[in-house]
Design a protein around this ligand. Structure first.
Ligand code: IPM
Ligand code: MN
Length: 351
């Protein structure tokens, strides 16, 4: 029997509550589909940082490399200054484990939960491939004359040919394999950011010749946000850089029904990948058993697809879809008509 080792970081706020439901679904899926899992918990997050002043020990990176996949709840604590945990844990994991793709499916399960008028599930069903290791997130830059009237703050977007090419290749191959229309859109800003996006566009056009079965096009990032609202049905797979990908996927989460349902994967195709609900720690709802666990459950489905359990992944997604359609009053925390644990139970029962 196949067996998978999964590192679990429940993290902060509502992270542990949604992780629990994700693991519940994993447990049931593993029995149904005949595979084994071994999970190991790690306590990285705000609470640990406040106690120890340590975000992530260096040894953790080597430790995580021994796993088949990672499952993350949320990182972020109201008592910790913004940036410390994000950079020290989440971004550090993405960078040091070279999870250079951030894969974010945008799928509407039920039109009742779409804030856009007259959009149906078939209209909102695409995927954003976000570069996850470079760009503005590289953290390059400097202050000049800090604190003076002449202060200058420089923040550099760092793009390498290798980094851009591996991301684009992943996107082309993902489109070949999963794209409904076999259509890949490059989302950038070639009209203003003429260094970075020249490299991206040149590389994109070169690769397009190798992937002749993929239809390609280009949109500026500002226009992309407009199309997300006006004509989301135009998209199949979108590839973009780290910063633009961060921004457009929050908008994507909203048109698919909100953070309660939005999942993502930080992927190293040749290493260990980490799956997470993209919503954050939601301190307001912590401990109340009202947060929506479906994003975490969908992240678990993505994890299973990545390790090779496509059938189990598909069944979890189908179960989630059914629950959303037939049971839930709303996808927002506290408004679902069910508690966090009850929603997890419903998904399990429907598998
Ligand atoms: C995300 C988050 C992170 C990001 C933050 C928490 C650093 O917004 O996963 O989209 O900017 O990538
Ligand atoms: Mn974000």
């Amino acid at each position: 029997m196949k067996s998978y080792k999964i590192a679990v970081i429940p993290g902060d706020g509502t992270g542990p509550e949604v992780v629990r439901e994700g693991l519940k679904v994993l447990q049931e899926a593993s029995q149904k589909y005949g595979f084994k899992t071994e999970t190991v918990n790690f306590d990285f997050g705000g609470a640990r940082y406040l106690k120890t002043k340590e975000t992530l020990p260096d040894s953790a990176i080597g430790e995580f490399k021994k796993f088949d996949a990672m499952f993350l709840g949320a990182i972020g604590h109201p008592d910790v200054k913004p940036g410390i945990l994000e950079k020290g844990i989440l971004l550090r994991l993405r960078f040091d484990l070279d999870q250079y793709i951030n894969l974010r499916p945008i799928q509407l399960f039920d039109e009742r939960f779409c804030p856009l008028k007259n959009k149906k599930p078939e209209d909102i069903d695409f995927t954003v491939v976000r570069e996850n290791s470079e760009g503005l997130y590289k953290g390059l830059g400097e202050f000049k004359d800090k604190g003076t009237p002449n202060e200058v703050a420089i923040q550099i977007s760092h793009n390498t040919r290798k980094g851009v090419e591996r991301c684009l290749r992943y996107a082309f191959e993902f489109t070949q394999k999963y794209g409904k229309k076999k259509q890949l859109t490059l989302c950038g800003k070639t009209n203003v950011l003429t260094f970075a996006w020249d490299l991206w566009e040149r590389t994109f056009n070169e690769l397009a010749k190798e992937y002749k079965d993929v239809q390609t096009n280009y949109t500026h990032v500002d226009a992309t946000t407009m199309w997300f609202v006006k004509n989301p049905e135009w998209f199949d797979v979108i590839v973009t850089d780290n910063m633009f990908g961060d921004i457009i996927t929050d908008l994507g989460a909203m048109i698919q029904g909100g953070m309660g349902i939005a999942a993502g994967g930080n992927i190293n195709p040749k290493g260990v990948s980490m799956f997470e609900p993209i919503g954050g720690s939601a301190p307001k709802y912590t401990g109340k058993n009202v947060i929506n666990p479906l994003a975490a459950i969908c992240a678990m489905a993505m994890l299973l697809r990545q390790v090779g359990e496509a059938k189990a992944a598909q069944m979890i997604e189908t179960s989630v879809k059914t629950i959303v359609k037939t049971k839930l009053k709303d996808l927002a925390a506290g408004k679902m008509g069910y508690s966090t644990t009850e929603v997890g139970d419903l998904v399990v029962k429907n598998l």
